[in-house]
Ligand binder design. Structure first.
Ligand SMILES: [Zn+2]
Length: 220
């Protein structure tokens, strides 16, 4: 596969950023709910994640604690009233602190159509522009994303914003009414800027990340 051939490679690992482990409850019941979700939406009867992509998000809130509480609560969604509730593997606070909430071999429900393959990274903030202009938050975000790319051999073409989800070649949604569902966080224009900064950091550490993301027509 081209993606594998172009996957992130380096002779020396980029530095692993400091990560604060702040797990949400994700026991056997929630794992079973995730497996049932994966079966319905992806045809996979498993909650186990083998990361192939990274999706960047913005919380549209102003505090880490409110995000953690929401993800920990495990509330069903408003539309189908399905469990598990939303979550993300990481949340990056405004001061640049990186929190990890969920192990990386467990799926999280953060992006319709991509939860079976993608690590989710949330940024505490109001919108993409605010995060892009927050130096501390961006430094942590880029360092974390690059380290994950190296760790899982994820090419730059598979680092996307939530709003780009429908145009990813990895997008898959078996539940027809949700096939065109996405969210407004991290628009393509902002991700172009984000990926350029990410590529610059990759070059600094001599990590080969392959060509950048090119949106494909979604038909939506
Ligand atoms: Zn999002």
């Amino acid at each position: 596969m081209i993606a594998v051939a172009l996957a992130a490679l380096a002779l020396v690992a980029p530095p692993k950023p400091h990560i604060v482990w702040k797990p949400i409850p994700y026991g056997p019941a929630r794992r079973a709910e995730m497996a049932a979700y994966a079966k319905k939406h992806y045809g996979i009867d498993s909650y186990v994640l083998h990361p192939r992509a990274i999706v960047e998000h913005v919380t549209a809130t102003d505090s880490f604690s409110s995000v953690w509480n929401t993800f920990a609560a495990n509330e069903p969604d408003f539309e189908l009233h399905e469990l598990p509730g939303d979550c993300a593997h990481f949340v990056i606070d405004r001061d640049g602190t990186i929190y990890q909430l969920v192990p990386l071999n467990v799926m999280c429900r953060h992006t319709v159509g991509l939860n079976d393959v993608a690590i989710g990274i949330e940024h505490v903030g109001i919108d993409d522009a605010q995060v892009l202009h927050d130096a501390a938050q961006m430094r942590s975000s880029l360092e974390l994303t690059l380290w994950l790319m190296w760790r899982y051999e994820i090419p730059l073409a598979n680092v996307i914003g939530h709003n780009e989800s429908l145009t990813s070649p990895l997008h898959k949604e078996l539940y027809a009414p949700w096939r065109c569902q996405t969210h407004g966080d991290w628009l393509h224009a902002d991700m172009v800027v984000y990926r350029a900064k990410l590529l610059a950091l990759a070059n600094r550490y001599r990590v080969r990340v392959g060509p950048t993301f090119r949106p494909r027509p979604s038909g939506c």
